[in-house]
Unconditional design. Structure first.
Length: 114
């Protein structure tokens, strides 16, 4: 757990209260914590990182939401591509020699004109 914000807003009593609450909630597993005073902000932020946890319904729900969102974004991208006509199969691009270009001998042909 990390609490960041202006020194005047960070209460050690509040910090210890939250730390004890989390410690009780995780049933004695190891916990690291600290404070990070920041002078150039008026906001207080708290970060809690949990690791080694499995089978958490809310985390699975958030992952499902993320997967649905990614699928919707991909479908939208494909619809937009089709709308613009980019989904049509076209002949592969091949360079056409120009009289103004000095072509290198043999494949691949590259225009060296400036």
């Amino acid at each position: 757990m990390l609490i960041a914000g202006p020194s005047a807003e960070l209460s050690m009593k509040g910090f210890q209260t939250v730390r004890k609450w989390i410690d009780r909630s995780i049933a004695g597993l190891e916990m690291r914590s600290g404070d990070y005073p920041v002078k150039s902000t008026s906001f207080v932020g708290i970060i809690i990182v949990l690791s080694g946890l499995t089978n958490i319904p809310r985390v699975e729900e958030i992952r499902d939401i993320r997967t649905e969102y990614q699928l919707e974004c991909e479908e939208e991208r494909l619809r937009e591509k089709r709308r613009r006509g980019c989904g049509k199969r076209r002949k592969p691009w091949r360079p056409v020699p120009s009289p103004k270009c000095r072509m290198t001998p043999g494949p691949p042909r590259v225009c060296l004109a400036s």
